[in-house]
Design a protein around this ligand. Structure first.
Ligand code: S6P
Ligand code: ZN
Length: 193
């Protein structure tokens, strides 16, 4: 029974996650990012970016407060722009000390993380891997495979998003196609410390 709950007590619920497609049932809120939305993020953009989808975020909505856990799947398409693998915009959390967990469901990629002082860490993403992103680390997912990279993320409700710092400064490193696979190399356009 769930009658007469106090105003701040939510009713438990369950959501089904399809590990291949990232689809959530019942339907969540879906945020779609096109190539055009990522304009300016890749170092070598030869063609004008179009409206094709680069990634989608399917978010289970709960109030964005620090007593709740927000969560979402991200479905990041495979491909490259100027030799750089498709990636998410990447962000710091607006509330900098808020941590996050990623569980990769399908595909393969790299999780690139950076502190504001330019220190970086890069970790593999593949099915079954849990990546812990402590507070203060900006994070960006990169699809280095041939199929969509699908992962489930859980984050503290009031983490928020600071996209501006990455949009302005870039990440200290980028992930490019090398002769023997993905290479993590310095970003020639990085303007942070
Ligand atoms: C939220 C979490 C993910 C990303 C998603 C898209 O804290 O890190 O749900 O929002 O992977 O990446 P981005 O950088 O465009 O938000
Ligand atoms: Zn995040």
């Amino acid at each position: 029974m769930t009658t007469d709950l106090p105003a701040d007590v939510m009713v438990p619920f369950a959501v089904h996650v399809d590990f291949q497609s990232g689809a959530l049932t019942p339907d969540p809120v879906i945020l779609r990012r096109s190539h055009a939305d990522l304009a300016g993020y890749f170092v070598n953009e030869s063609d004008a970016p179009g409206e094709d989808e680069m990634y989608a975020v399917h978010e289970i909505r709960v109030p964005a407060t620090n007593n709740n856990l927000l969560s979402s799947t991200t479905v990041l398409q495979p491909g490259t722009v100027g030799g750089e693998y498709f990636m998410t915009k990447g962000h710091f959390h607006a509330t900098r000390d808020r941590a996050e967990i990623y569980l990769t469901l399908s595909g393969q990629g790299l999780l690139v993380m950076a502190l504001e002082d330019g220190t970086t860490q890069t970790k593999e993403m593949r099915p079954g891997i849990v990546n812990y992103v402590p507070g203060h680390w900006a994070h960006r997912s990169v699809n280095t495979g041939d199929v969509p990279l699908v992962f489930y993320a859980v984050y503290i409700g009031d983490a928020g998003y600071d996209y501006a710092t990455i949009a302005d400064q870039g990440f200290p490193v980028i992930v490019v196609e090398g002769e023997d696979g993905p290479e993590v190399v310095p970003n020639p356009r990085y303007t942070g410390r």
